[in-house]
Design a protein around this ligand. Sequence first.
Ligand SMILES: Cc1ncc(COP(=O)(O)O)c(C=O)c1O
Length: 385
Amino acid sequence: MKRNRLHPESIAVHIGVGQDPLYGAVSTPIYQTVTYQHPGQELGRYDYSRTENPTRTPLAEGLAALEGGAGASLFSSGMAAIVALFHLLKQGDHVVLTEDLYGGTYRVLVDVFDHFGLEYTFVDTRDLTVLEAAIRPQTRLIFLESPSNPLLMVTDIRAVSRLARQHNIWLAVDNTFMTALRQRPIDLGADFVVYSATKYLAGHNDVLAGALVSQDPDLAVRVAALANTTGGVLAPFDAWLVMRGIKTLAVRLDRQEANAQAIAAFLAEHPAVERVFYPGLAGHAGHALHRDQTTGPGAMVSFQLKDRDRHADMMNALHLVLPAVSLGGTESLITHPFTETHREFPEEIRLTLGIHPGLMRLSVGLENVDDLIDDLGQALDSLKG
Ligand SMILES: Cc1ncc(COP(=O)(O)O)c(C=O)c1O
């Protein structure tokens, strides 16, 4: 079967199928083994599970096929994948990053890589002039989130990739919010796609996982060697959970997105809400660009409460939507970025970016949309008092 000719939904469903030579099991077996017998000195395809494992490998190959990449490596979390990407750099190298991005990416640079002499600048990557001005002779990598976390700002990935090429710099896109079924960074010119597979790819709030997909075969080999050397690889059972999750990604995204679109429209009309951030709304600054470079708006919705001090009251009043960090799973979750996902950012930066105490980030799940709107509506109505 020529897998690259298939539509992404079919590739996703067939990841890992046909991998059991012994019994023809349709679901990939969980090869819960560290090591592999080899007669004499002759090593087989697999010798040690830090290097490769027959449950992890089909998932890595399937993910690379889904992204149109040359190869993918799987990690024990999204952060481990991001760390592997930064490990491709050396002391004195410089990275330019989206300023409104996942707090953990900020923290690993400031608290870890800074000590090893990696330099970094956070900018508004939507502004190409600002982005280009931040590039130095030592810049090796541009790291984007589009849409960004938590403000869902949209960066022109094609334009940034052209800029990166002119300056001979790698471009990496954290595609966690979108997945390859909505946005294909490699087709848009990226060298790397980074995932917290914990989120939409796995999709059930039950497994931590990360992935780093490379466009270039040599870079894919370097990343695989790094994964093996540093050791933060994905365990067989966790690989199996991600593989199972990816099979339903297309239908989950369709429903979650439809729910999110309806919820964003509802929130935009609610008197307790000052502003809604959702690329699917025509009034969003990045609406047209996002539509041009994706096949859907995604299911993350952020909104600003008019009364910025009532975030805890709002969260406490919810019955169905769970106050919890993380995103992309079956259950709808609400987060308070100011004190949770983005608390690592100094307060003054949070406020400058627009991450105010009244900002809420909603990961819309698979519940019935009327139930979700009822729940959000009653919690917002309760703020009147
Ligand atoms: C956009 C984004 N990238 C990376 C990560 C880190 O992933 P993990 O929690 O799997 O380490 C997260 C986690 O929330 C995220 O939201």
